[in-house]
Every structure is written in structure tokens, then in C-alpha cells.
Ligand binder design. Structure first.
Ligand SMILES: NC(=O)c1ccc[n+]([C@@H]2O[C@H](COP(=O)([O-])OP(=O)(O)OC[C@H]3O[C@@H](n4cnc5c(N)ncnc54)[C@H](OP(=O)(O)O)[C@@H]3O)[C@@H](O)[C@H]2O)c1
Length: 325
């Protein structure tokens, strides 16, 4: 595994990490044994290599109290027992998942202080390496009060660093310019490249660490989905809303146009998608969700492949000519 420094946190994180939203059933029903095998595989990768005693495998794991209303954190807590120090652990808070306010966001200082403690309990740890505000608005980012509670938690040793996970370009810019957030987690992939132009240069100048999420565009960039999957995902599955009709067809078409990336050195679409994220020097780590051990192994190997410069150029042309619209 290759490692990069997560901006001014100074944390040494694996270039490929693990996102654990899938383990809470947001991509259809999950078997805990499969989830645990994905997490354990992540931690074990690297131990077989001689002469790389500092190879910790996939050491960056991202979760949130929102994933299955704490379910993902609870599972991770079990998996990390006795291995906590091998992992750079990141979680998030601010999305209300239970009670009458379910579905709303809450960044009130007392709320964040409370849910942070609950996260630590579920994760069976007394600290996380990174605590992220989960989808705060520009207003929340620019207001001072929630940052104070994070700073207090840092002084108390409950969190080592803090940052945000954002949805829009404006939120990303506000977070970097505001100066309080050490990291920004955002969607960045072959089909969502706006951050490279609008956020990454600012983040690099301020040494803010970038965590690239949804690198596989929820599966579209694995090459395994076809028009026959239109409308297949239902109910609580995060793909239910977007994987249907014209928008889904267009995304599949764009993915198809990227097949030129596959060659003798780059044999799977998922690895090409991961290598694309890592090709940008602003990106410290990317966190594909892995449902099982096999996906985890394939994704981790994405750190070891590179996209040829002429292919990066072609991706850029595609983005500017047709993908961005
Ligand atoms: N607002 C936020 O903060 C936010 C929002 C979204 C995501 N995230 C974070 O980002 C992480 C990643 O995002 P994501 O899980 O939504 O999207 P993603 O990583 O682009 O896609 C993950 C899905 O792709 C499939 N997959 C993964 N590896 C594969 C492989 N090697 N071959 C074939 N299929 C593979 C799996 O689903 P199937 O096996 O079912 O196909 C998996 O659930 C999340 O876990 C979470 O930590 C944060």
C-alpha cells in the first residue's frame, strides 16, 4: 500500500481507504460476516510483504453515526477490538437518524458534543483520529459555535483532528477559506470532477487534506452495471433514486466511453476509477465502499496502478467536452 499525508493533520493515511456506508445496508441487505471480512481484509493487507514492516495495509477507515443509525460504527467497533492503533479512524456527526427529528441535520454544539460521545462508545475507543461535520451548510461552516465544541473535544483528547464532509462546491470553498477545517471529504470521481478545478487548488494552498469519496460512482465506474439494472434498486438503497431512467442511461454511456483506460497494466474498471482519484496530488486518500473481502482486495490494488498521461489528457477532454454537462 502507498501512503500519503492528510494535509495539515500530518496523519499518514493509506492512499486507498475503506468507506463503511455499505455495511449498514445502504446498498441493499448486508451480511455482517461479509462486512467484517471486508474490514479485516483491509487491516490485513500488507502483512505478507517482506521488507515493508511499516506497511500497515489499508489504514484509513471512514464511517458516520448516520450509517444505519450507528450500525456501521458498532460493527467497526467490534472489528477494531485489539487493533485500534493500526487504524486511522474517521467518523462524522450532524445527521439526525433517530427520534422525531430523523432526517434533519443538527450542528448545535450540545448536540454534536453528545453524538460524538455516543460514536466513541459504539466504536469502543476513547478517541477518533478525525471527526467530520456531516454535510454542514455554508452557514454552519461560517458560524463559529460548532468549531468551538470540536476544539474543546480535541483538547480533551476525544478527537485528534476535525474537518467536514460536504455536498456542494460552495460548502467546500467555505470550509477551506474558513480556516477551521483540517480536511474536506467530497465526491470526486471520473464523472464528478468539479472539485479539481474549484476546490483542490485552494485546499493545496491551505494544506487542507482531501478525502475523495464515492470514487466508483456507487458502482457505475466498476463496469458491472448495464441498462438491465435500470430501476433494479429499490427502497432504502441509495441507488434507488438515481439509478433509473435517462440520468442512469447517460451515466452508463459515459462510463462506456472510458473503456479505453483498460489495458495490460490496468485490468479492472474499479482500479482505473481509483487510480484516477489518486492521480490528483491534492487527494490524500480515496474511500471506496467494499462490500466484501474480494472488493476490498481489488480496490486496495488501485493504489498500485497508474493512468498513462495521455489517458489523463483524454479524460480531461471528455470532461470538458461532454461529461460535465
Ligand atoms: N455525505 C457523506 O459524507 C458521504 C456520502 C456518500 C459516501 N460517503 C463515504 O464514501 C464512501 C464511499 O462511497 P459509496 O460507498 O457511496 O460509493 P462507492 O465507493 O463509489 O461505491 C461503493 C459500491 O460499489 C460497489 N463496489 C465496491 N468495490 C467494488 C469492486 N471492486 N467491484 C465491483 N463493485 C464494487 C459496492 O456495491 P455493490 O457490491 O452492491 O455493487 C459498493 O457498495 C462511503 O462508504 C462513505 O464512507 C460519505
Amino acid at each position: 500500500m502507498k501512503y500519503r499525508i492528510l494535509g495539515r493533520t500530518g496523519l499518514r493515511v493509506s492512499a486507498v481507504g475503506l468507506g463503511t456506508m455499505v455495511h449498514a445496508g445502504h446498498f441493499g441487505p448486508m451480511d455482517d460476516r461479509e462486512s467484517l471480512s471486508a474490514i479485516e481484509t483491509a487491516m490485513d493487507l500488507g502483512v505478507n510483504f517482506i521488507d515493508t514492516s511499516d506497511d500497515l495495509g489499508v489504514n484509513f477507515i471512514d464511517t458516520s453515526d448516520a450509517y444505519g443509525a450507528g450500525y456501521s460504527e458498532t460493527l467497526l467497533g467490534q472489528a477494531l477490538r485489539g487493533k485500534r492503533d493500526k487504524i486511522i479512524l474517521a467518523t462524522k456527526g450532524g445527521n439526525v437518524m433517530v427520534g422525531p427529528d430523523r432526517g434533519k441535520r443538527n450542528f448545535a454544539p450540545d448536540y454534536i458534543a453528545r453524538v460524538m460521545d455516543e460514536s466513541l462508545k459504539r466504536l469502543q475507543t476513547d478517541y477518533v483520529d478525525l471527526y467530520q461535520l456531516h454535510n454542514p451548510t455554508v452557514d454552519v461552516i461560517e458560524r463559529g459555535d460548532v468549531w468551538e465544541v470540536l476544539e474543546r473535544a480535541k483538547k480533551a483528547g476525544k478527537i485528534r483532528h476535525y474537518g467536514v464532509s460536504i455536498n456542494t462546491i460552495e460548502e467546500g470553498i467555505a470550509a477551506v477559506n474558513g480556516g477551521r477545517s483540517d480536511t474536506v471529504q467530497l465526491e470526486y470521481n471520473l464523472l464528478a470532477q468539479e472539485p479539481a478545478e474549484k476546490i483542490f487548488p485552494l485546499a493545496q494552498a491551505a494544506n487542507v487534506g482531501i478525502i475523495a469519496r464515492v470514487p466508483l460512482r456507487r458502482g457505475i465506474l466498476t463496469g458491472k452495471l448495464t441498462a438491465a439494472d435500470d430501476g433494479r434498486f429499490q427502497g432504502e438503497d441509495v441507488r434507488a433514486r438515481s439509478f433509473k431512467g435517462e440520468p442512469f442511461r447517460r451515466e452508463l454511456e459515459k462510463a462506456e466511453q472510458l473503456r479505453f483506460l483498460l489495458d495490460r497494466n490496468l485490468q479492472t474498471f474499479a482500479q482505473a476509477a481509483i487510480a484516477f482519484c489518486l492521480a490528483h496530488p491534492a487527494v490524500s486518500t480515496t474511500i471506496p465502499g467494499a462490500r466484501n473481502a474480494q472488493q476490498m482486495r481489488e480496490n486496495a490494488a488501485g493504489a498500485d496502478v497508474t493512468i498513462r498521461p495521455e489517458h489523463l489528457q483524454r479524460i480531461d477532454e471528455l470532461w470538458r467536452s461532454s461529461f460535465s454537462s
